[in-house]
Design a protein around this ligand. Sequence first.
Ligand SMILES: *Cc1c(COP(=O)(O)O)cnc(C)c1O
Length: 427
Amino acid sequence: MKNMTVQTKCVQGGYRPGNGEPRQLPIVQSTTFKYETGEAMGQLFDLEAEGYFYSRLANPTCDSVAAKICALEGGSAAMLTSSGMAANFFAAFNICGCGDHIVASSAIYGGTYNLFAVTFKRMGIDVTFVSPKCTDEELEAAFRPETKMVFGETLANPSLVVLDIERFAKAAHAHGVPLVIDNTFPTPVNCRPIEWGADIVTHSTTKYMDGHGSAVGGAIVDSGKFDWTKYADKYPGLCTPDDSYHGVTYTERFGIEGAYITKATVQLMRDLGATPAPISAFILNLGLESLHVRVARHCENALAIAKHLEENDMITWVSYPSLPSSPDYALAQKYLPNGTCGVVSFGVKGGREAAAKFMNNLKLIAIETHVADARSCCLHPATTTHRQMTDEELIAGGVSPDLVRLSVGLEGAEDLIRDIDQALAAL
Ligand SMILES: *Cc1c(COP(=O)(O)O)cnc(C)c1O
């Protein structure tokens, strides 16, 4: 699959049936696996043989789907998690602990912001937020001796700010730490962060990858390029024996290509248990089979609507990085030349109240805490997903209090435009 196009990897990646085996990915809905001898099973526990023993750690259906996402991102190893939040939590907690520090873009998903700013603080992990538009000096100043990683989103949810991945990768690598990128919004169809220097990629597969609003899920992909052993003192969890796993040293046993995901699986998944259900992985795989077709159509519809909104004087501003008027247009053309995503943000004249009324007037487009499925929906982050943030924090995160987030689905663009126009006219 390595040299195949993204399209072919979407359809056929991760699972190759043998002679007479099912054409469609089998759902192995089994918690456990049977062995002939205790010794054979013992070898699995010692990580000396490969195989399945308990679905909290690994399951064939989930592994096949992880392998597909791994191929799509161009990584060396990958795992599924039960949600996107679990993916971001594991991605960070795999290399950070009490006393450590993270540099993160301030323009990130509200849930991840809360994980970093509140929950990690309680765990003794400190996070410094920097604007994705900060100067090189400001970025440099955010690092500390105990910094263990840099985090950002390719295309921020919901502000749609485009991260200059190369610049953040360069800064991270100059400090001997990996860049972790949440690539949920563009999906690997539109951007593959590893090609721009990212070391680890995370996903909320709940969004475009599933694409039908059917299954919550997450994924972590390791590029296999970050050499943990060069900074062994910083990453003892990867480079020194793990007493909780029979003294295994992950980098020695699994190399720099396999150490990170193996540790996250056998240690974090074992202890924290954010396992996806095999049936959820199967549903995700159905979504992935058409990801390349759907993402292109989401982008086409969103661009048509963004252009239409720009021409309506009831709309104060439109943010969509594929619009030439966007301040991020040049960055989007560099990192996302084939399109960005189906989400468009805009402000309704009259602010907070007008935005709420506009949304109530919509008939086809539903009010939902969701983005990125086949059905169009919209949301007012300031009063819902981001309600724990102050106005100052909202603005720092690129989410103004009047922002309406519209997730453009796969309906006919003309119908969606008619719905928006009638909702604005009724204000
Ligand atoms: C939705 C989302 C998450 C969280 O994912 P869940 O699957 O809802 O847990 C993380 N990052 C981004 C960018 C998201 O859009």
